[in-house]
Design a protein around this ligand. Structure first.
Ligand SMILES: Nc1ncnc2c1ncn2[C@@H]1O[C@H](COP(=O)(O)OP(=O)(O)O)[C@@H](O)[C@H]1O
Ligand SMILES: [Mg+2]
Length: 375
């Protein structure tokens, strides 16, 4: 009884303050709370929630008159499309995934493909997930891949772009995008979701930001099971804890390890791998700590140079690893020198030039180093 009283008071408070967004959020919470205990009550509440759809922004109303199917919501002022659309075929996108990621995402896909089976057991598929990881590790690419595997379009809402528009309109922009995405089965990716939080620290309009978070919280609670709501961030520590908790699944995207880097080199080299493969170990060492997208960019540059015949592969690799070796610590520089001495035809003089380690030191470590296979 005490709990019901508290809920009632809270509801009255929100309703009288005309905080419709918060009322909806609160009611959605009640639905979850009473789902098992009082299904009839929940059904009734759900009817009300559905009969009074989320307030549409003027931006959306204007744009949807023509055709809801094709017209994407835009920010009125900038006229930039708020949502980027990807309709990839299953074979179009190939993210490199760790086995762990493959397992997690594999289950996500299977849940979708076997919704009926889950439903027969009273289970919902995963409705929301947040991707965490440094820039360029494949969060967006993997979202595209997921959408392609599930034969759904992917809509990406870049929250940095939304937040950089006038703050007062961010709420209606986000709502327009969310409403659009909810109107047909799709995957919606809220990219750089931390930008909402980042804005909070250097802006005075806390009220509006709170409402933005509320809008998203509410959507997370109500997101239709036919769709999938994804979010991506490289700053998980900035995410509102209430928001963080709402995601059904948290997925970590790591920087590639040595083995994945070698796969990436092969993947990005295409037919030039015939030429580049002999540098794979050396490059993998040099690429440590880099993202997939950094690796891709460097390999693309090699490939262009090879295509133009401007440089030999050895010269190219030498130039490249020289710029990378500068940033290594002393121990790594020595390790790298030993690797270069064993795996390449660079002279000790050249290696010393690349890594800055003296020839004496290289020789000493080569002697200490146990011979490996093929030596
Ligand atoms: N895991 C990966 N496998 C293959 N390519 C990748 C991967 N991660 C990044 N890339 C490459 O880098 C580009 C940018 O990656 P993206 O998915 O936008 O990274 P994020 O969203 O994590 O910042 C991709 O379009 C792709 O070319
Ligand atoms: Mg991205």
């Amino acid at each position: 009884m005490k709990e019901i009283k508290d809920d009632l008071v809270q509801l009255i408070r929100l309703a009288l303050a005309e905080q419709t967004d918060d009322v909806r959020l609160f009611v959605a919470r009640l639905v979850r709370k009473y789902r098992d205990g009082d299904p009839e009550l929940v059904e009734q509440i759900n009817l009300y929630l559905k009969s009074k759809p989320t307030r549409k922004s003027t931006a959306l109303r204007k744009t949807t008159i023509a055709s809801k199917e094709t017209v994407l919501p835009r920010d009125d002022e900038s006229r930039l499309s708020l949502l980027k659309v990807f309709k990839d075929k299953p074979d179009d996108v190939h993210p490199l995934l760790s086995t762990e990621l493959e397992d997690t995402l594999g289950q996500l896909i299977q849940e979708r493909k076997q919704v009926a089976k889950l439903a027969s057991l009273g289970l919902d598929p995963t409705r929301s997930a947040i991707f965490v990881g440094k820039p360029g590790v494949g969060k967006t690419l993997t979202s595209r891949w997921l959408a392609a595997q599930l034969n759904l379009p992917l809509y990406v809402l870049d929250l940095t772009a939304v937040m950089s528009s006038l703050l007062g309109r961010s709420g209606s922009n986000i709502r327009a995008a969310l409403d659009f995405a909810k109107s047909s089965p799709c995957i919606l990716l809220l990219d750089e979701i931390d930008s909402i939080a980042k804005r909070r620290s250097d802006d005075s309009d806390i009220g509006e930001l709170k409402r933005l978070v509320t809008v998203i919280l509410q959507e997370l609670d109500e997101w239709p099971a036919e769709g999938l709501l994804l979010a991506a961030t490289n700053h998980p520590e900035l995410i509102d804890p209430a928001l963080w908790r709402r995601f059904d699944l948290k997925v970590e995207f790591e920087l590639p390890d040595r083995k994945s880097i070698k796969e990436a080199i092969q993947h990005f080299s295409g037919q030039d791998y015939a030429l580049l493969s002999r540098w794979a170990d050396v490059l993998a060492f040099a690429f440590e700590g880099e993202s997939f997208s950094d690796i891709e960019r460097a390999i693309q540059r090699f490939r262009r140079a090879l295509a133009l015949g401007t440089d030999s592969d050895a010269d190219m690799v030498e130039d490249f690893i020289k710029t990378r070796a500068i940033n290594l610590d002393r121990q790594k520089k020595i390790e790298f020198s030993v690797l270069l001495a064993k795996q390449t035809r660079f002279s000790q003089h050249a290696i010393s030039d690349i890594t800055g380690v003296s020839r004496d030191t290289i020789r000493k470590h080569l002697k200490d180093d146990k011979p490996t296979e093929g030596d």
